[in-house]
Design a protein around this ligand. Structure first.
Ligand code: ADP
Length: 473
Protein backbone atom coordinates (compact mmCIF):
# COMPACT_ATOMS: atom_id res chain seq x y z
CA UNK A 1 0.00 0.00 0.00
CA UNK A 2 1.33 3.39 -0.98
CA UNK A 3 1.78 6.05 1.60
CA UNK A 4 -0.62 8.39 -0.06
CA UNK A 5 -3.31 5.74 -0.11
CA UNK A 6 -3.12 5.44 3.69
CA UNK A 7 -6.66 6.37 4.83
CA UNK A 8 -5.47 8.69 7.60
CA UNK A 9 -3.28 10.67 5.20
CA UNK A 10 -6.04 10.81 2.62
CA UNK A 11 -8.42 12.19 5.20
CA UNK A 12 -5.75 14.63 6.34
CA UNK A 13 -5.30 15.79 2.76
CA UNK A 14 -9.07 16.21 2.41
CA UNK A 15 -9.46 18.16 5.63
CA UNK A 16 -6.43 20.37 4.99
CA UNK A 17 -7.75 21.19 1.53
CA UNK A 18 -5.71 21.96 -1.53
CA UNK A 19 -5.01 25.53 -0.44
CA UNK A 20 -3.10 24.26 2.60
CA UNK A 21 -1.18 21.37 1.11
CA UNK A 22 1.32 22.20 -1.57
CA UNK A 23 2.37 18.63 -2.14
CA UNK A 24 1.68 15.30 -0.73
CA UNK A 25 3.90 12.41 -1.69
CA UNK A 26 2.70 9.97 -4.23
CA UNK A 27 4.10 6.52 -4.93
CA UNK A 28 5.50 3.90 -2.58
CA UNK A 29 7.06 4.50 0.80
CA UNK A 30 10.40 3.95 -0.89
CA UNK A 31 9.92 6.93 -3.09
CA UNK A 32 8.85 8.97 -0.07
CA UNK A 33 11.48 11.59 0.66
CA UNK A 34 13.28 11.28 3.94
CA UNK A 35 13.54 14.87 4.79
CA UNK A 36 10.73 17.35 5.08
CA UNK A 37 9.08 19.24 3.71
CA UNK A 38 7.28 16.70 1.75
CA UNK A 39 4.12 18.11 3.24
CA UNK A 40 4.10 21.89 3.27
CA UNK A 41 1.16 23.25 5.04
CA UNK A 42 0.33 26.95 5.00
CA UNK A 43 -1.94 28.27 7.64
CA UNK A 44 -3.02 24.86 8.93
CA UNK A 45 -6.61 24.59 10.06
CA UNK A 46 -7.29 24.17 13.79
CA UNK A 47 -8.16 20.52 13.46
CA UNK A 48 -4.92 19.81 11.63
CA UNK A 49 -2.88 19.01 14.68
CA UNK A 50 -5.43 16.73 16.31
CA UNK A 51 -5.80 14.82 13.09
CA UNK A 52 -2.12 14.53 12.73
CA UNK A 53 -1.77 13.19 16.24
CA UNK A 54 -4.41 10.55 15.49
CA UNK A 55 -2.48 9.76 12.30
CA UNK A 56 0.68 9.39 14.37
CA UNK A 57 -0.99 7.04 16.83
CA UNK A 58 -2.60 4.87 14.23
CA UNK A 59 -0.41 2.10 13.01
CA UNK A 60 -0.22 2.30 9.25
CA UNK A 61 -0.51 -0.86 7.22
CA UNK A 62 2.73 -0.34 5.46
CA UNK A 63 4.55 -0.13 8.79
CA UNK A 64 3.30 -3.44 9.99
CA UNK A 65 4.23 -4.83 6.62
CA UNK A 66 7.68 -3.38 6.72
CA UNK A 67 9.37 -2.87 10.05
CA UNK A 68 12.37 -1.62 8.15
CA UNK A 69 10.92 1.86 7.81
CA UNK A 70 13.73 3.42 9.79
CA UNK A 71 13.03 7.19 9.28
CA UNK A 72 9.60 7.05 10.99
CA UNK A 73 10.68 8.79 14.21
CA UNK A 74 12.57 11.45 12.35
CA UNK A 75 9.58 12.23 10.13
CA UNK A 76 7.25 12.51 13.08
CA UNK A 77 9.61 14.81 14.89
CA UNK A 78 10.10 16.95 11.86
CA UNK A 79 6.28 17.12 11.43
CA UNK A 80 5.86 18.25 14.99
CA UNK A 81 8.63 20.83 14.68
CA UNK A 82 7.21 22.06 11.48
CA UNK A 83 3.76 22.36 13.05
CA UNK A 84 5.15 24.21 16.04
CA UNK A 85 6.98 26.60 13.69
CA UNK A 86 3.83 27.09 11.66
CA UNK A 87 1.79 27.70 14.76
CA UNK A 88 4.22 30.35 15.97
CA UNK A 89 4.18 31.86 12.46
CA UNK A 90 0.38 31.94 12.60
CA UNK A 91 0.49 33.59 15.97
CA UNK A 92 2.91 36.27 14.86
CA UNK A 93 0.93 36.75 11.65
CA UNK A 94 -2.24 37.18 13.69
CA UNK A 95 -0.47 39.72 15.84
CA UNK A 96 0.82 41.47 12.75
CA UNK A 97 -2.68 41.45 11.35
CA UNK A 98 -3.98 43.06 14.52
CA UNK A 99 -1.29 45.76 14.40
CA UNK A 100 -2.03 46.42 10.75
CA UNK A 101 -5.70 46.61 11.53
CA UNK A 102 -5.05 49.18 14.24
CA UNK A 103 -2.75 51.11 11.92
CA UNK A 104 -5.46 51.06 9.29
CA UNK A 105 -7.94 52.50 11.80
CA UNK A 106 -5.46 55.21 12.68
CA UNK A 107 -4.87 56.10 9.04
CA UNK A 108 -8.60 56.12 8.49
CA UNK A 109 -9.08 58.56 11.38
CA UNK A 110 -6.29 60.76 10.00
CA UNK A 111 -7.87 60.66 6.58
CA UNK A 112 -11.17 61.74 8.04
CA UNK A 113 -9.49 64.62 9.84
CA UNK A 114 -7.73 65.72 6.67
CA UNK A 115 -11.04 65.58 4.81
CA UNK A 116 -12.57 67.93 7.33
CA UNK A 117 -9.54 70.25 7.21
CA UNK A 118 -9.66 70.16 3.46
CA UNK A 119 -13.29 71.22 3.46
CA UNK A 120 -12.44 74.07 5.81
CA UNK A 121 -9.61 75.25 3.57
CA UNK A 122 -11.82 75.05 0.54
CA UNK A 123 -14.35 77.28 2.25
CA UNK A 124 -11.59 79.71 3.26
CA UNK A 125 -10.29 79.80 -0.31
CA UNK A 126 -13.81 80.53 -1.50
CA UNK A 127 -14.16 83.39 1.00
CA UNK A 128 -10.78 84.87 0.07
CA UNK A 129 -11.68 84.66 -3.60
CA UNK A 130 -14.84 86.63 -2.93
CA UNK A 131 -12.94 89.17 -0.83
CA UNK A 132 -10.40 89.51 -3.57
CA UNK A 133 -13.14 90.17 -6.07
CA UNK A 134 -14.61 92.83 -3.78
CA UNK A 135 -11.22 94.47 -3.39
CA UNK A 136 -10.72 94.54 -7.11
CA UNK A 137 -14.09 96.17 -7.59
CA UNK A 138 -14.18 99.96 -8.01
CA UNK A 139 -15.33 101.87 -4.92
CA UNK A 140 -18.82 103.24 -4.81
CA UNK A 141 -19.66 106.90 -4.24
CA UNK A 142 -22.33 108.40 -2.05
CA UNK A 143 -25.10 110.54 -3.42
CA UNK A 144 -28.41 111.94 -2.26
CA UNK A 145 -31.60 112.01 -4.27
CA UNK A 146 -32.53 115.66 -4.78
CA UNK A 147 -35.50 115.36 -7.09
CA UNK A 148 -37.45 112.60 -8.77
CA UNK A 149 -39.17 112.63 -12.14
CA UNK A 150 -41.39 109.99 -13.73
CA UNK A 151 -38.42 108.10 -15.19
CA UNK A 152 -35.32 109.82 -13.86
CA UNK A 153 -33.73 110.97 -10.63
CA UNK A 154 -31.63 113.99 -9.92
CA UNK A 155 -28.72 113.05 -7.66
CA UNK A 156 -26.19 115.12 -5.79
CA UNK A 157 -22.87 113.44 -5.21
CA UNK A 158 -21.38 113.91 -1.76
CA UNK A 159 -17.94 115.47 -1.61
CA UNK A 160 -17.95 117.41 -4.86
CA UNK A 161 -21.62 118.41 -4.80
CA UNK A 162 -21.90 117.60 -8.49
CA UNK A 163 -25.49 117.16 -9.61
CA UNK A 164 -26.56 114.83 -12.36
CA UNK A 165 -29.60 113.10 -13.76
CA UNK A 166 -29.68 109.36 -14.14
CA UNK A 167 -32.19 106.61 -14.76
CA UNK A 168 -32.88 103.92 -12.22
CA UNK A 169 -34.32 100.41 -12.56
CA UNK A 170 -38.11 100.52 -12.02
CA UNK A 171 -38.04 98.25 -8.93
CA UNK A 172 -35.42 100.53 -7.33
CA UNK A 173 -37.34 103.61 -8.35
CA UNK A 174 -40.26 102.49 -6.18
CA UNK A 175 -38.07 102.43 -3.09
CA UNK A 176 -36.48 105.82 -3.71
CA UNK A 177 -37.70 109.12 -2.38
CA UNK A 178 -36.17 112.59 -2.17
CA UNK A 179 -33.29 112.66 0.37
CA UNK A 180 -32.65 108.91 0.12
CA UNK A 181 -28.96 108.15 0.22
CA UNK A 182 -27.69 105.92 -2.54
CA UNK A 183 -24.42 104.34 -3.60
CA UNK A 184 -23.41 105.02 -7.20
CA UNK A 185 -20.66 103.48 -9.27
CA UNK A 186 -18.14 105.04 -11.64
CA UNK A 187 -20.64 105.36 -14.43
CA UNK A 188 -23.05 107.16 -12.05
CA UNK A 189 -25.53 104.30 -11.92
CA UNK A 190 -27.39 103.70 -8.68
CA UNK A 191 -26.09 100.39 -7.34
CA UNK A 192 -27.86 100.25 -4.00
CA UNK A 193 -30.04 102.26 -1.68
CA UNK A 194 -28.57 102.92 1.74
CA UNK A 195 -30.73 102.31 4.75
CA UNK A 196 -31.56 105.05 7.16
CA UNK A 197 -29.71 103.21 9.96
CA UNK A 198 -26.45 103.50 8.03
CA UNK A 199 -26.81 107.25 8.23
CA UNK A 200 -23.94 108.46 10.40
CA UNK A 201 -25.66 111.78 10.95
CA UNK A 202 -27.84 110.09 13.52
CA UNK A 203 -24.78 109.21 15.57
CA UNK A 204 -23.19 112.62 15.71
CA UNK A 205 -26.24 114.58 16.58
CA UNK A 206 -29.38 114.45 18.59
CA UNK A 207 -32.57 115.59 17.03
CA UNK A 208 -35.39 116.66 19.28
CA UNK A 209 -38.51 117.75 17.49
CA UNK A 210 -39.61 119.89 20.43
CA UNK A 211 -37.58 119.93 23.67
CA UNK A 212 -39.67 120.05 26.85
CA UNK A 213 -37.58 122.57 28.76
CA UNK A 214 -39.08 125.98 29.35
CA UNK A 215 -37.51 129.25 30.52
CA UNK A 216 -38.89 128.85 34.04
CA UNK A 217 -36.72 125.76 34.47
CA UNK A 218 -33.57 127.82 33.96
CA UNK A 219 -32.56 129.61 37.13
CA UNK A 220 -30.58 132.80 37.61
CA UNK A 221 -29.99 133.62 33.96
CA UNK A 222 -32.74 136.21 33.35
CA UNK A 223 -30.53 138.72 31.51
CA UNK A 224 -29.04 135.99 29.32
CA UNK A 225 -32.46 134.53 28.58
CA UNK A 226 -33.67 137.98 27.51
CA UNK A 227 -30.72 138.41 25.16
CA UNK A 228 -31.14 134.95 23.62
CA UNK A 229 -34.86 135.53 23.16
CA UNK A 230 -34.18 138.69 21.18
CA UNK A 231 -31.55 137.14 18.98
CA UNK A 232 -32.93 133.68 18.43
CA UNK A 233 -36.57 133.41 19.38
CA UNK A 234 -37.87 136.65 17.91
CA UNK A 235 -36.48 136.16 14.39
CA UNK A 236 -38.09 132.71 14.34
CA UNK A 237 -41.46 133.66 15.74
CA UNK A 238 -41.83 137.23 14.39
CA UNK A 239 -39.57 137.67 11.37
CA UNK A 240 -41.80 140.47 10.04
CA UNK A 241 -40.72 142.83 12.86
CA UNK A 242 -37.21 142.82 11.45
CA UNK A 243 -38.51 143.35 7.92
CA UNK A 244 -40.62 146.31 9.08
CA UNK A 245 -37.69 147.99 10.70
CA UNK A 246 -35.49 147.03 7.78
CA UNK A 247 -32.73 145.18 9.58
CA UNK A 248 -31.40 141.76 8.94
CA UNK A 249 -32.31 139.38 11.74
CA UNK A 250 -29.37 138.04 13.73
CA UNK A 251 -28.23 134.59 12.73
CA UNK A 252 -26.96 133.11 15.90
CA UNK A 253 -25.41 133.49 19.28
CA UNK A 254 -22.34 132.13 20.92
CA UNK A 255 -22.71 131.19 24.57
CA UNK A 256 -19.54 130.85 26.55
CA UNK A 257 -18.97 129.90 30.14
CA UNK A 258 -17.81 127.11 32.40
CA UNK A 259 -19.29 123.60 32.03
CA UNK A 260 -22.57 122.95 33.79
CA UNK A 261 -23.74 126.56 33.81
CA UNK A 262 -26.83 125.85 31.73
CA UNK A 263 -25.83 126.62 28.13
CA UNK A 264 -27.44 123.51 26.65
CA UNK A 265 -30.47 124.00 28.81
CA UNK A 266 -30.90 127.55 27.62
CA UNK A 267 -30.61 126.52 23.96
CA UNK A 268 -33.25 123.81 24.49
CA UNK A 269 -35.54 126.25 26.25
CA UNK A 270 -35.31 128.67 23.31
CA UNK A 271 -36.16 125.88 20.89
CA UNK A 272 -39.13 124.94 23.07
CA UNK A 273 -40.46 128.50 23.28
CA UNK A 274 -40.01 129.18 19.58
CA UNK A 275 -41.48 125.77 18.65
CA UNK A 276 -38.42 124.88 16.65
CA UNK A 277 -36.68 121.56 15.99
CA UNK A 278 -33.60 121.27 18.17
CA UNK A 279 -30.56 119.76 16.49
CA UNK A 280 -27.71 119.12 18.89
CA UNK A 281 -24.27 118.35 17.50
CA UNK A 282 -21.05 118.01 19.39
CA UNK A 283 -17.93 119.60 17.94
CA UNK A 284 -15.59 117.14 19.58
CA UNK A 285 -17.52 114.10 18.30
CA UNK A 286 -17.59 115.61 14.85
CA UNK A 287 -13.83 115.88 14.84
CA UNK A 288 -12.82 112.75 16.71
CA UNK A 289 -15.31 110.14 15.66
CA UNK A 290 -15.92 111.08 12.07
CA UNK A 291 -12.49 111.75 10.68
CA UNK A 292 -12.79 112.49 7.00
CA UNK A 293 -16.52 113.00 7.21
CA UNK A 294 -16.66 116.17 9.32
CA UNK A 295 -17.23 118.62 6.47
CA UNK A 296 -19.83 116.37 4.89
CA UNK A 297 -21.61 115.95 8.21
CA UNK A 298 -21.77 119.71 8.74
CA UNK A 299 -23.32 120.00 5.28
CA UNK A 300 -25.78 117.19 6.06
CA UNK A 301 -26.76 118.73 9.40
CA UNK A 302 -27.50 122.09 7.84
CA UNK A 303 -29.42 120.34 5.07
CA UNK A 304 -31.48 118.55 7.70
CA UNK A 305 -32.07 121.82 9.58
CA UNK A 306 -33.46 123.30 6.38
CA UNK A 307 -35.77 120.32 5.94
CA UNK A 308 -37.00 120.52 9.52
CA UNK A 309 -37.24 124.33 9.69
CA UNK A 310 -37.93 126.24 11.83
CA UNK A 311 -34.93 124.82 13.61
CA UNK A 312 -32.13 125.63 15.99
CA UNK A 313 -28.73 124.06 15.48
CA UNK A 314 -26.90 123.81 18.78
CA UNK A 315 -23.16 123.25 18.30
CA UNK A 316 -21.71 122.20 21.63
CA UNK A 317 -17.94 122.40 22.20
CA UNK A 318 -17.46 124.47 19.07
CA UNK A 319 -13.83 125.00 20.11
CA UNK A 320 -13.07 121.43 18.92
CA UNK A 321 -13.78 122.52 15.35
CA UNK A 322 -13.37 126.25 15.57
CA UNK A 323 -10.13 126.72 17.46
CA UNK A 324 -7.40 128.88 15.95
CA UNK A 325 -6.25 127.05 12.86
CA UNK A 326 -2.85 125.50 13.28
CA UNK A 327 -1.84 124.49 9.74
CA UNK A 328 0.72 122.16 11.18
CA UNK A 329 0.46 120.01 8.09
CA UNK A 330 -1.00 116.99 9.85
CA UNK A 331 -4.05 115.27 8.44
CA UNK A 332 -5.82 115.90 11.74
CA UNK A 333 -5.46 119.65 11.55
CA UNK A 334 -6.32 119.66 7.83
CA UNK A 335 -9.48 117.72 8.68
CA UNK A 336 -10.47 120.12 11.46
CA UNK A 337 -9.82 123.05 9.15
CA UNK A 338 -11.96 121.55 6.42
CA UNK A 339 -14.81 120.99 8.90
CA UNK A 340 -14.45 124.55 10.15
CA UNK A 341 -14.45 125.98 6.60
CA UNK A 342 -17.62 124.07 5.86
CA UNK A 343 -19.18 125.42 9.03
CA UNK A 344 -18.32 128.99 8.08
CA UNK A 345 -19.61 128.43 4.55
CA UNK A 346 -22.90 127.06 5.87
CA UNK A 347 -23.27 129.94 8.31
CA UNK A 348 -22.70 132.47 5.55
CA UNK A 349 -24.96 130.52 3.22
CA UNK A 350 -28.21 130.71 5.14
CA UNK A 351 -28.19 134.48 5.53
CA UNK A 352 -31.40 134.92 3.59
CA UNK A 353 -33.30 131.94 4.98
CA UNK A 354 -34.85 133.22 8.15
CA UNK A 355 -35.92 130.01 9.79
CA UNK A 356 -32.65 128.47 10.97
CA UNK A 357 -30.69 129.76 13.94
CA UNK A 358 -27.38 128.69 15.37
CA UNK A 359 -26.51 128.59 19.03
CA UNK A 360 -22.94 127.57 19.70
CA UNK A 361 -21.39 126.91 23.09
CA UNK A 362 -17.85 126.78 24.36
CA UNK A 363 -15.93 127.00 27.58
CA UNK A 364 -12.74 128.00 25.75
CA UNK A 365 -13.60 131.26 24.01
CA UNK A 366 -9.93 132.21 24.30
CA UNK A 367 -8.89 129.64 21.69
CA UNK A 368 -11.69 130.26 19.20
CA UNK A 369 -10.74 131.25 15.69
CA UNK A 370 -11.27 135.00 15.16
CA UNK A 371 -13.06 134.10 11.90
CA UNK A 372 -15.89 132.68 14.00
CA UNK A 373 -16.03 135.69 16.27
CA UNK A 374 -16.16 138.20 13.40
CA UNK A 375 -19.36 140.25 13.28
CA UNK A 376 -21.80 138.67 10.90
CA UNK A 377 -21.17 135.12 12.03
CA UNK A 378 -22.37 135.17 15.62
CA UNK A 379 -24.33 138.34 16.21
CA UNK A 380 -24.12 138.10 19.96
CA UNK A 381 -21.50 136.60 22.19
CA UNK A 382 -23.12 135.99 25.54
CA UNK A 383 -21.33 135.01 28.70
CA UNK A 384 -23.12 132.46 30.87
CA UNK A 385 -21.60 133.08 34.28
CA UNK A 386 -21.39 130.86 37.31
CA UNK A 387 -24.58 131.38 39.29
CA UNK A 388 -24.64 134.20 41.84
CA UNK A 389 -26.04 133.67 45.34
CA UNK A 390 -29.47 134.60 44.09
CA UNK A 391 -29.03 132.41 41.03
CA UNK A 392 -27.99 129.44 43.17
CA UNK A 393 -31.08 129.84 45.31
CA UNK A 394 -33.29 129.89 42.20
CA UNK A 395 -31.59 126.83 40.76
CA UNK A 396 -31.98 124.99 44.08
CA UNK A 397 -35.65 125.95 44.16
CA UNK A 398 -36.11 124.60 40.63
CA UNK A 399 -34.48 121.26 41.40
CA UNK A 400 -36.19 120.75 44.77
CA UNK A 401 -39.61 121.88 43.55
CA UNK A 402 -41.15 118.43 43.82
CA UNK A 403 -39.11 117.32 46.83
CA UNK A 404 -40.58 116.81 50.31
CA UNK A 405 -38.25 118.82 52.49
CA UNK A 406 -38.02 118.80 56.30
CA UNK A 407 -38.61 122.09 58.10
CA UNK A 408 -34.96 122.53 58.97
CA UNK A 409 -33.95 122.65 55.27
CA UNK A 410 -33.07 126.23 54.40
CA UNK A 411 -32.30 126.60 50.67
CA UNK A 412 -30.87 130.11 51.18
CA UNK A 413 -28.37 128.68 53.63
CA UNK A 414 -27.45 125.90 51.18
CA UNK A 415 -27.00 128.52 48.44
CA UNK A 416 -24.61 130.40 50.75
CA UNK A 417 -22.63 127.25 51.49
CA UNK A 418 -22.21 126.37 47.80
CA UNK A 419 -20.21 129.30 46.60
CA UNK A 420 -18.22 127.38 43.96
CA UNK A 421 -21.12 125.33 42.62
CA UNK A 422 -22.39 125.46 39.04
CA UNK A 423 -25.99 124.80 38.06
CA UNK A 424 -25.09 121.16 37.33
CA UNK A 425 -23.45 120.84 40.78
CA UNK A 426 -26.55 122.22 42.49
CA UNK A 427 -28.71 119.74 40.65
CA UNK A 428 -26.40 116.91 41.75
CA UNK A 429 -26.56 118.13 45.38
CA UNK A 430 -30.37 117.97 45.27
CA UNK A 431 -30.29 114.47 43.73
CA UNK A 432 -27.72 113.28 46.31
CA UNK A 433 -29.81 114.65 49.20
CA UNK A 434 -32.81 112.72 47.89
CA UNK A 435 -30.70 109.55 47.59
CA UNK A 436 -29.49 109.98 51.20
CA UNK A 437 -33.10 110.17 52.42
CA UNK A 438 -33.89 107.02 50.42
CA UNK A 439 -30.97 105.22 52.03
CA UNK A 440 -32.38 106.14 55.45
CA UNK A 441 -35.76 104.77 54.36
CA UNK A 442 -37.21 108.21 54.98
CA UNK A 443 -39.72 109.93 52.74
CA UNK A 444 -38.68 113.42 53.68
CA UNK A 445 -35.31 115.05 52.93
CA UNK A 446 -33.52 116.57 55.92
CA UNK A 447 -30.85 119.27 56.32
CA UNK A 448 -28.36 116.52 57.13
CA UNK A 449 -29.10 114.82 53.78
CA UNK A 450 -28.29 118.09 52.02
CA UNK A 451 -25.08 118.59 54.02
CA UNK A 452 -23.91 115.12 53.04
CA UNK A 453 -24.87 115.85 49.42
CA UNK A 454 -22.83 119.08 49.44
CA UNK A 455 -19.85 117.25 50.89
CA UNK A 456 -20.10 114.51 48.31
CA UNK A 457 -20.51 116.81 45.28
CA UNK A 458 -18.20 119.65 46.31
CA UNK A 459 -16.00 117.71 48.74
CA UNK A 460 -13.09 117.37 46.36
CA UNK A 461 -13.19 121.03 45.45
CA UNK A 462 -13.29 122.11 49.09
CA UNK A 463 -10.45 119.74 50.04
CA UNK A 464 -8.55 120.67 46.88
CA UNK A 465 -8.79 124.39 47.56
CA UNK A 466 -7.66 123.92 51.16
CA UNK A 467 -4.73 121.90 49.95
CA UNK A 468 -3.80 124.47 47.33
CA UNK A 469 -4.04 127.21 49.95
CA UNK A 470 -1.67 125.26 52.15
CA UNK A 471 0.65 124.79 49.21
CA UNK A 472 0.90 128.46 48.39
CA UNK A 473 0.81 129.87 51.92
P1 ADP B 1 -23.58 123.28 29.96
O1 ADP B 1 -24.21 123.07 28.62
O2 ADP B 1 -23.31 124.70 30.27
O3 ADP B 1 -22.36 122.43 30.17
P2 ADP B 1 -25.99 122.09 30.90
O4 ADP B 1 -27.01 123.01 30.33
O5 ADP B 1 -25.78 120.82 30.15
O6 ADP B 1 -24.61 122.80 31.06
O7 ADP B 1 -26.36 121.79 32.41
C1 ADP B 1 -26.32 120.52 32.97
C2 ADP B 1 -27.44 120.33 33.96
O8 ADP B 1 -27.25 121.22 35.04
C3 ADP B 1 -28.78 120.69 33.38
O9 ADP B 1 -29.42 119.55 32.86
C4 ADP B 1 -29.54 121.25 34.55
O10 ADP B 1 -30.23 120.23 35.23
C5 ADP B 1 -28.47 121.79 35.47
N1 ADP B 1 -28.37 123.26 35.33
C6 ADP B 1 -27.30 123.94 34.91
N2 ADP B 1 -27.54 125.26 34.94
C7 ADP B 1 -28.78 125.43 35.38
C8 ADP B 1 -29.63 126.55 35.62
N3 ADP B 1 -29.20 127.79 35.41
N4 ADP B 1 -30.87 126.33 36.07
C9 ADP B 1 -31.31 125.10 36.32
N5 ADP B 1 -30.60 123.98 36.12
C10 ADP B 1 -29.33 124.14 35.65
Amino acid sequence: MSLCSHPALRSLRRSAGPEHCRSLPRGSPDSFPQSPPWLICHNPPASFRDEFISLENSVPDYMSESTAFSGQDTIQESFLKRIAALESDTKSLAEELETTRMEREEVRAKLFESLIANKKYLREVERLKKENLLLKRMPLFLATVVEMGPDYVLLRQHGNNQEFITTVAPEMMEQLQPNSRVAINNSLTVVRILERSVDVRAKVMELVELPDISYDQVGGLEAQIQEVRETVELPLTNPEIFQDIGIEPPRGVLLYGLPGTGKTMLAKAVAHESKATFIHMSGSELVHKFIGEGAQLVRDIFQMAREKAPSIIFIDEIDAVGSIRTHDGTTGSAEVNRTMMQLLAEMDGFRTRGDIRIIAATNRIDILDPALLRPGRFDRIIEIPMPSLDGRLKILEIHTRKMRKAEDVDLAEIAKATDEASGADLKSIAVEAGMNALRRNANIVSKDDFDKGIKKVLGDEIDGSEESLRMFS
